[in-house]
Design a binder for this molecule. Structure first.
Ligand SMILES: [Zn+2]
Length: 287
């Protein structure tokens, strides 16, 4: 694919990961899953893709100034989904005007979701770009609609169809699926990732923590113990939370947590009503 000057011109006016992806999709409405990220990168000015042999980073961006030749590097040990994610991540760094110069990213940067330091914020933005680009919203919504009712088994199907790592598929899923979800990936009893969707209650566990015990596989929704997962407040009624658990052949456990937001709102209203209508003790009924 040749350099697309009209697209480059539009991209020069974008300042956020989401507006960048919107401009790309506007020029490339033909994109289908899995998105051909190398072809797309070439049309945006990436000249070459080479192996990263420096052990200090697993993906990077090198800009040969003053010639302006741009190269994306990825570790030769990366699986195809991880490599695609890394290329899209570096393309994000390249297109974000605030991310200046060459980049050298570690594997953990490819799943960074925090924004508490300038560096982490840039990594998070590059991931946001990569996820939105590799799983375009309208394609993704149609795809998960076709899969039927939410199920933990859908996550691997999404990762395969879009050629992305499981954690990236999970992140897009909790963002766009109808409902209130969080996903956790667990390996050898340790939490690898937790991705809560927007509005999901605060979780009490994060990457590196010991996973809750006694998690039997279940593709049916079963009651989850909220104390294992959520930050609980003495003043607030804990929500009812259900989960599905699926073990993969590589020993990875995927947990999909769900809260029925509408039922929780109704329960809150009922509790409030009961509190205000409670009998006033010590008062005679009026005639
Ligand atoms: Zn990065």
């Amino acid at each position: 694919m040749m350099k697309n000057d009209a697209l480059l011109n539009d991209l020069a006016h974008c300042g956020s990961p989401d507006t960048l992806v919107a401009a790309i999709l506007n020029h490339r409405p033909d994109l289908t899953a899995p998105v051909d990220v190398e072809d797309l990168s070439r049309s945006i000015g990436i000249a070459s893709f080479t192996d990263a042999h420096d052990g200090r980073f697993t993906s990077g961006l090198s800009i040969d100034t003053p010639k302006g030749v741009v190269n994306i590097l990825t570790a030769p040990t990366f699986s195809s989904p991880r490599r695609r994610m890394a290329i899209a991540h570096q393309l994000g760094h390249y297109l974000m005007k605030a991310h200046v110069g060459d980049r050298q990213c570690a594997t953990r940067d490819l799943s960074e979701s925090r924004r508490d330091t300038p560096r982490r914020k840039e990594e998070m933005q590059a991931n946001r770009f990569a996820i939105s680009l590799l799983m375009p919203k309208s394609l993704f919504l149609t795809f998960i609609d076709g899969l039927g009712r939410p199920s933990v088994s859908h996550l691997a199907k999404i990762a395969e169809a879009y050629g992305v790592p499981l954690h990236a598929a999970a992140e897009r899923y909790v963002e766009l699926a109808k409902g209130l979800f969080a996903v956790s990936l667990i390996k050898d009893g340790i939490i690898r990732y937790v991705m809560p969707g927007r509005g999901f209650p605060a979780l009490c566990i994060g990457p590196g923590d010991t996973a809750p015990s006694l998690m039997q596989d279940s593709v049916a929704w079963i009651q989850a113990d909220v104390r294992d997962w959520l930050v609980l407040s003495r003043d607030l009624r804990p929500p009812v939370m259900t989960m599905q658990v699926l073990s993969k052949s590589n020993g990875l456990k995927i947990v999909l947590l769900s809260i029925n937001a509408a039922a929780e709102r109704r329960a809150d209203e009922e509790a409030e009503k009961a509190a205000t209508e409670s009998p006033k003790f010590g008062r005679r009924p009026s005639r």
